[in-house]
Design a protein around this ligand. Structure first.
Ligand code: PEP
Ligand code: CO
Length: 452
């Protein structure tokens, strides 16, 4: 008997023969089929050029020459597809990236959790309230948050509605970025009106002025407008959870080899769906996109090695990012083993720290929350551990919003658990508000600056 060592045939559908976790149960499979067919006919949201450009930039981050800022909502909602909300999120990301450029003295890759972050993994398939059980809310891609049978019905048409909203969101972002909103000569465009009296305002404006000054100085010296430097770019990312949605936009493009997921630049595999023998890894292994995998305390070394082997057998630079999320109290006990395992594999990954998902707890007044102190501590420890293990932290992954919410405690305004009552808007995980997000960036920037 001969055993084949060649990887088995891959198509965008081969995942369907593997166990697929976290997929909704649709009643009408014919309707699902028709929706996926329609979705696959629609034009792409991103192009292979952009995807390969991001992969090259991530390869540089892997080599220590760039830093990644990945951030946005835990879940986008259809209701939040609105100009003010989208622009505010862009402003926060731009401000944070400016601060990180100063601290790291490196170009920052902005990777937004946006234009497709509509599906959520859930720990329970069903939710029970007062003796009534209904399917869990899985994100606006799948059903609705209200607790009625109608809202929780899994509706394939929502895949089309989500794709359209992703397109609207991206269209607006691209126009803002290309149209001059993201010009480093004018960081004042990124100011948020409600942040006028923020305790961080003075320091932020000092940093922003410093960058604008440097851009002007460069232009003066070289006598040209520093177009490449002065305009920033932005990439999109989302968790590639709903495999029919991802499959629909997975295509080949003229004059290039391989298959691209054209619904986003950077899809990632969530912690709950990283089984190397499962459907998600099967789907992701055929993509040309740079991809991420969330890893945590429950991920054994054999799994890390199998993921590297399956998802990046050729050790292509920039291809694979491990986004580690342990929790402030656990990172020190786990991260060194992860770094060591990857080193022994002889392959390279980009390391990004998600300081959010290992630090969630229930407040005494019943809110799912996170504390600023834990989030900061996990990032600082990640930075130090990578440094002392001879590795380096290549980026951070933050859940944030440009709105003035109160979902996480702490930060320079000292939000307490009682403040959570005031503006707790998330349907899923608690996000850092504008001030808290900017403060995290500033404290990380200080830490980076100290290690030059
Ligand atoms: C998320 O990023 O919102 C998420 C669910 O993360 P994880 O897969 O790390 O739990
Ligand atoms: Co989340």
């Amino acid at each position: 008997m001969s055993v084949s060592i060649l990887p088995s045939l891959w198509t965008p559908q081969t995942w369907q023969s593997k166990p697929a976790l976290q997929q909704p149960k649709y009643e009408n499979l014919e309707e699902l089929r028709q929706v996926v067919e329609q979705l696959s006919q629609l034009p792409p949201l991103v192009t292979s050029w952009e995807i390969l450009d991001l992969k090259n930039q991530l390869a540089e981050a892997q080599a220590g020459k760039r830093f990644v800022l990945q951030g946005g909502d835990c879940a986008e909602t259809f209701a939040s597809c609105e100009s003010g909300i989208i622009a505010s999120k862009l402003k926060v990301l731009l401000q944070m990236s400016l601060v990180l450029v100063q601290g790291s003295r490196k170009p920052v890759i902005r990777l937004a959790r946006i234009a497709g972050q509509y599906a959520k993994p859930r720990s329970e398939d069903m939710e029970t309230r007062d003796g009534v059980s209904l399917p869990s809310y899985r994100g606006d891609l799948i059903n609705r948050p209200g607790f009625t049978a109608e809202d929780r019905h899994c509706d394939p048409q929502l895949l089309l509605r989500a794709y359209e909203r992703a397109a609207l969101t991206l269209n607006f972002l691209r126009s803002l970025v290309k149209g001059g909103f993201a010009d480093l000569h004018h960081p004042e465009y990124w100011d948020l009106s409600f942040a006028r009296n923020s305790p961080l305002e003075t320091e932020y404006h000092r940093m922003a002025a410093g960058i604008t000054e440097s851009v002007r100085l460069m232009e003066h010296i070289f006598g040209v407008r520093a177009a490449e430097m002065a305009a920033v770019d932005l990439f999109t990312s989302h968790e590639g959870l709903h495999l029919h949605y991802e499959q629909a936009q997975t295509k080949q493009v003229p004059r290039r080899d391989g298959w691209f997921n054209l619904s986003t630049h950077f899809p990632w595999i969530g912690l709950r769906t990283l089984d190397p023998l499962g459907a998600h890894v099967e789907y992701f292994r055929g993509l040309e996109n740079p991809i991420g995998v969330k890893v945590g305390t429950s991920t054994p070394p054999e799994t890390l090695l199998a993921l590297i082997e399956t998802l990046n057998a050729k050790n292509e630079p920039g291809k694979l990012t491990f986004i580690h999320r342990f929790g402030a109290g656990k990172i020190a006990a786990h991260l060194p083993r992860f770094i060591d395992t990857v080193r022994r594999s002889g392959k390279q990954v980009l390391w990004v720290c998600d300081p959010m998902h290992g630090n969630t707890f229930l407040s005494s007044n019943g809110y799912k929350t996170r504390s600023f102190g834990d989030i900061l501590s996990e990032i600082e420890q990640a930075w130090e551990i990578h440094e002392s293990e001879g590795s380096h932290l290549g980026g951070v992954h933050i859940e944030l919003t440009g709105e003035n919410v109160t979902e996480c405690t702490g930060g320079s305004r000292g939000l307490t658990e009682t403040d959570l009552d005031r503006a707790y808007l998330t349907e899923v995980d608690p996000r850092l508000n504008y001030e808290q997000a900017l403060e995290i960036a500033m404290l990380l920037a200080h830490k980076m600056a100290r290690s030059h």
